[in-house]
Ligand binder design. Sequence first.
Ligand code: PGA
Length: 236
Amino acid sequence: MGRKIIIANWKMYLGTHKAVILAKKIRDAQKKHEVIIAPSFTAIEEVAMVLAQSGIDVCAQNMFYDDYGAYTGEICGQDLLDIGCKYVILGHSERRKYFKETYEMVNKKLLRALKLGLKPIICVGEELNERRAGKTWDILKHQLKTALKGIKKSDEIIIAYEPIWAIGTGHPETPKDAEKIHKAIKKFFLDRNDKVVYGGSIDENNAKNFLKISDIDGLLVGGASANSDKFSKIIK
Ligand code: PGA
């Protein structure tokens, strides 16, 4: 198994204090893979200071698509760069579900992030009913086409395949089925060379089964990434 990308999505699980403690533990842990950590906005700056020169990059969980203006409660990409972010997660299913984000919005955010020099991690994934109806690939294709509209060949992005029914449920996709989807995504973007990572109920016990598959370039880990023992086992 080669070196892969492991992204920790800390969602709204940790305040700044706990985030800093966990960041130090991960910084000092044994790592085989490239690690990217996405703390909540308020913890980004302190976590970035802890991780400076550690080789671990910091990521935001969202950003707004404009640079400046009367957008109460939003955060622009430049501000994220200024406090040490290198990556930004866009279109996470929780954003789509609770905040009604559309892939048109995700596309605007993506183009802005690329313009600013923030590396986007784009989430796609189908609902359980869509899966059962055999529509997974149609859904993913539509999401990818909409989200990635207008990007250039040289633009560097990471695609995260996260079936919605697998997120936070303890029921991940099987590595074999994930492999099929990853292969399909790579085939669809044959002229590109994007990394495709899997997310959804990854833990310290199942991570290796995904990581050993060559078309799975890494993992996006939620719940298990907020626990130092579990996450240390995943990145080892
Ligand atoms: P989970 O979340 O690992 O808790 O299922 C993954 C994600 O939402 O990115």
